[in-house]
Design a protein around this ligand. Sequence first.
Ligand code: ATP
Ligand code: MG
Length: 426
Amino acid sequence: MSRTRIRDFHDDDLDGIVRLWEESAQDDAPPVYALSEVIASCQADHAVVAVRDDRLVGAAVGRAAHAQGWVVFFAVAPHERDDRVEAGLLDALERRMAPLGLGKLSILVADHAGALDGLTANGFEPRTQLRYLERQMPVQRRELDLLKDVGGRILPRHLWDAVSGMQLEKDLLEERLVVPLSRPDLADRFGVVPPRAVMLFGPPGTGKTTFAKAVASRLDWPFVELFPSRLSGEPGGLAAALRATFEVIGELEHAVVFIDEVEEIAARRGGEPPSPMQGVTNELLKLVAEFREREGRLLICATNFVRALDAAFLRHGRFDYVIPIGLPDDEARCAIWHRYVPEQVVAGLDFDALVAASDGLTPADIEYAARRASQEALARALRDGDTADASLHTEDYLAALGATRATVSEATAREFGDDVQTLARL
Ligand SMILES: Nc1ncnc2c1ncn2[C@@H]1O[C@H](COP(=O)(O)OP(=O)(O)OP(=O)(O)O)[C@@H](O)[C@H]1O
Ligand SMILES: [Mg+2]
């Protein structure tokens, strides 16, 4: 019988590495390091192999970061398992990595791995009470350039929780969008088809953009906002720029695509002569239909004027849901007040009174009132020559509220109510 030789890895050994990796992959427990990682380390880091009769029968692959080395792959074909081959591979790898001055060499193995004995016999000590965790990163490396092209980004993880109040809307978005998209297997079991496109509508400043971002954050998908006003400056015009952007988005594994104020590019068609926007609206209708063909992505459009949208746009089959987002409720207003009131005066304020007095106001109205109260208080302090401590009381805020005009007039609120009756689809 011929002898097994241990030597450094050559590129010709790749097939053998792939075979060994596949053999060591078990259905329920694939190796910790993906094949692509192992191959990358063979080529760029440190690898030794065991060969008999020109056949690769074992390998040890390592990489180093600072003073710690990791064995990213260690396997010997089952029929070749022999103390000497295992010891020889580990010894050769250690010697290859010795010049790096490593303080520690570590290896992660599956619970059932037969190689444990070989490792302990060669100076590796099992560490107990450890758990291995991993997280699939939301954007893969190859997608980074694509995302940059379309101005997409990963949003912080907490945005969903930062939306205060609005429990009805939150529950609805959770049930209709978040769960079916993040757990397609569960949706499938109940025959629920995950949505591909939704429309949010409501008066200005009610949180449509906030909700769109919160959904992306919750799904852990990149958020890509399209700005028709910016795209219209591209050579070839808006319709062509929209198409080019959607093509790039089509190459992303996942994305939440957001178009705000969509009525600007999807207003009711008709009129003589036809408005130049009609071509854009036609293009957008086609793009939405094509967008729907692929899963893993969600288009969210938002509008303040849902009744101005082209009828074809809202028809069944384009948008899965048409969801109203109304004025902030008590809890949402309370959170918005907290955001704009300076920290040092929070304790002394009667927030219930502020919440009650700001019923019917948008977040932007509340921000305006809060800033106005602060400005008035500063002016008063300057007049009185007493600027040591900020004095701001509930009455100051109530007075500022008295001078704040609601963005959403009663008529607009009534129209919104009508739209909810006639156009919402939940
Ligand atoms: N439920 C909420 N909790 C906390 N802050 C909120 C909430 N809803 C809205 N806001 C805040 O109010 C402001 C306006 O919200 P947003 O921009 O999402 O509204 P919008 O409906 O998209 O407005 P527009 O129609 O003008 O585009 C933002 O600063 C947002 O952070
Ligand atoms: Mg908005």
